[in-house]
Design a protein around this ligand. Sequence first.
Ligand SMILES: Nc1ncnc2c1ncn2[C@@H]1O[C@H](COP(=O)(O)OP(=O)(O)OP(=O)(O)O)[C@@H](O)[C@H]1O
Length: 314
Amino acid sequence: MAAIIEIENLSKQYRGGTKALNDVSLTIEEGEIIALLGPNGAGKTTLISIICGLVVPTGGAVRVGGHDIATDWRAARRLIGLVPQEIALEPFETVMNSVRFTRGLYGEGSDDAWIGQVLRSLALWDKRDTPTKELSGGMKRRVLIAKALAHRPKVLFLDEPTAGVDVALRREMWQVVEQLRRDGVTIILTTHYLEEAEEMADRIGVIDRGRLLLIKPTAELMGEFGKKTLTIELDTPLSQIPPELEGRELRLSADGRALSYDYDTRAERTGIARLIGDLARAGVTVRDVSTRQSNLEEVFMSLVSEPQHEEETA
Ligand SMILES: Nc1ncnc2c1ncn2[C@@H]1O[C@H](COP(=O)(O)OP(=O)(O)OP(=O)(O)O)[C@@H](O)[C@H]1O
């Protein structure tokens, strides 16, 4: 696969002194879905805005499809579609015309066949002659995506695509992204929702205070940080952990009915087999066992420990 976006040592310091991005490097392959995850003010929107040519970086370089965004910005921008966070549509214009108009902004001639294809893939074809003000919230968001796709970009940026929407609408957006993936569009989305990143992305990047803390395949990230907890339900409650089991870092529940044990899924030996043997030797009979994988929320919290300080400039 070829690199579609190459970000090298990118930095941005705003005039007030805020260092929004600090030496960020990242290569994105064609066809990938990348989720950028981070708390408020982490620098996600700044990063997207620089790639889209809306904010000028103070250091580093970005190439889109091999075109430098500073020296060859017109070619770079043509490859990019941006779906903004806020819904801003011309209320009395029809869906079809809104999307047509966007093509014009990119200096592209009309191509109703392509727009028809986009509207169909976003399930908006039946609404093509409807004024945008008559659409539901979910449809309006899809029109924003259609507008961003009007000039056939290779890369689509979705800035918090499901911020403030309900669960049903969020699922609908996920399906739209899945469809775009099948169409071969490279997608970079920002989100606060860990579940969303986990659900959609091939790779997840965690940004905090302007730094890209990590970027890893979603499954690898989950596996690497994913500690599992084994919970052992007991037949007879215990008042304390038996001496034979001391030193095993077990926790006894308050009611004495369950023992829990954390283990690393990557470790060569998880220690589970020995633990079960030791339990039997200590005369503890087991009623049931269950395991629970830590989720991305926990992974995230372990990476991003301190709250963001707005005034921080270092
Ligand atoms: N135009 C600007 N002028 C000055 N500072 C700015 C400007 N835009 C953003 N910042 C600051 O840069 C930092 C990064 O902001 P950015 O919007 O990139 O974060 P974000 O990760 O997108 O946050 P959110 O999740 O809240 O959208 C913040 O401290 C923010 O206050």
